[in-house]
Design a protein around this ligand. Structure first.
Ligand code: KG4
Ligand code: ZN
Length: 337
């Protein structure tokens, strides 16, 4: 079976073709980063309009690169939510129109399920059950995953997502949007021991996160500093260390709570080198295993949507053509496969 996957939940237009037998056949990505950079964040209306411009050429290119045509497709997966409503509407309208025109089932995919299953595209995919840490620009959550669609949310951010905290702190350090990867790069020049940021909500039980206090702490620290490049790098280092430590403390707790030994880390922040290195060391200590997507599939992409859509298509779970985009959509409300 073969499926086209379309992602337009935020500021990346992603299109991919996935084949159940041969794997990923093609994936195309257009990032709107430059478009939004001047505004210091995503401007929803500009995002929607740019998806409209890019989506059809990307679909044509993905089909051509996969050396396939509509006649060989068995379905069309699209990100139904959560995300920016205007952006979601572009992908969902195009996907449902093609589904109608080509007489193929449409499959609405939950964006975070796409992230969660992205490591399944790798050569060494995780077996169920596992604990997933999903850390993106819009969400931070810990999920117990018993199988596809069997998700128990163990904890989530009560305010900013981890990626959002990276982006906001990066902005305070004068870095462009999205600042997460730029802050991480700056932190590489930082020296340990100069600043100590708090590890929010780690001193009490529970698996929820809170990152907005870190941003305030960063703002105050930056204001009181001399703003020299080395000082800024030291602040970036301490901030990144605090976020990574906090995430790891919660992962360790979630693994203990569930008795599981497999950890999956996905979403944009899973591209962070320090997070990857430190969790690898932690999981080796715990005699467990950690799985991440390859770097291209940490941030938003069409491949993860095609993969997740394929699992639902195989289970006969289609989406009505009248179904609307879901800007808010609880991950644990999905049906099991
Ligand atoms: O998953 P994603 O592409 O979009 C959402 O679904 O939100 O995640 C984007 C987020 C941004 O906040 C970005 O700054 C962050 O992931 N990010 C990183 C890194 N690469 C991307 N944060 C820290 N370190 C990185 N290397
Ligand atoms: Zn995402």
């Amino acid at each position: 079976m073969r499926i086209l996957g379309i992602e337009t939940s935020c500021d990346e237009t992603g299109v991919a073709v996935y084949d159940d037998a041969s794997g990923l056949l093609s994936h195309e990505l257009y990032s709107q980063v430059k478009l939004h950079a001047d505004y210091g964040g995503v401007v929803p209306e500009l995002a929607s309009r740019d998806h409209v411009r890019k989506i059809i050429p990307l679909i044509n290119k993905a089909l051509a690169d996969a050396n396939t045509t509509k006649n060989e497709l068995d379905g069309i997966a699209f990100t139904q939510g959560p995300g920016l409503v205007g952006a979601l509407l572009v992908g969902s309208s195009v996907a449902r129109s093609l589904s109608y025109a080509w007489n193929l089932p449409a499959v609405g995919v939950h964006h975070m399920e796409g992230h969660l299953l992205a490591p399944m595209l790798e050569d060494n995919p995780p077996a169920f059950p596992f604990v997933a840490l999903l850390v993106s620009g819009g969400h931070s959550m810990l999920v117990k995953v018993a199988g596809i669609g069997q998700y128990e949310v163990l904890g989530e951010s009560i305010d900013d997502a981890a990626g959002e905290a990276f982006d906001k702190t990066a902005k305070l350090l004068g870095l462009d949007y999205p600042g997460g990867p730029l802050l991480a790069k700056m932190a590489e020049q930082g020296e340990p021991g100069h600043y100590k940021f708090p590890r929010p909500m780690t001193d009490r039980p529970g698996l929820d996160f809170s990152f907005s206090g870190l941003k305030t702490f960063a703002a105050n620290t930056i204001r009181a500093s001399d703003n020299q490049p080395q000082t800024q790098a030291n602040i970036a280092y301490a901030f990144e260390e605090a976020v990574v430590d906090t995430l790891m403390i919660k992962c360790r707790r979630a693994l203990k709570h569930t008795g599981l030994k497999r950890l999956v880390i996905a979403g944009g922040v899973s591209a962070n080198t320090r997070l990857r290195t430190k969790t690898a060391a932690m999981m080796s200590d715990l005699r467990g295993e950690v799985f991440y997507p390859s770097l291209a599939f940490c941030t938003d992409n069409g491949a993860m949507i095609a993969y997740a859509g394929m699992q639902r298509l195989k289970a006969g779970q289609f989406t009505e053509l009248s179904a609307s985009a879901k800007p808010r959509w609880a991950l644990d409300s999905l049906p099991a496969v």
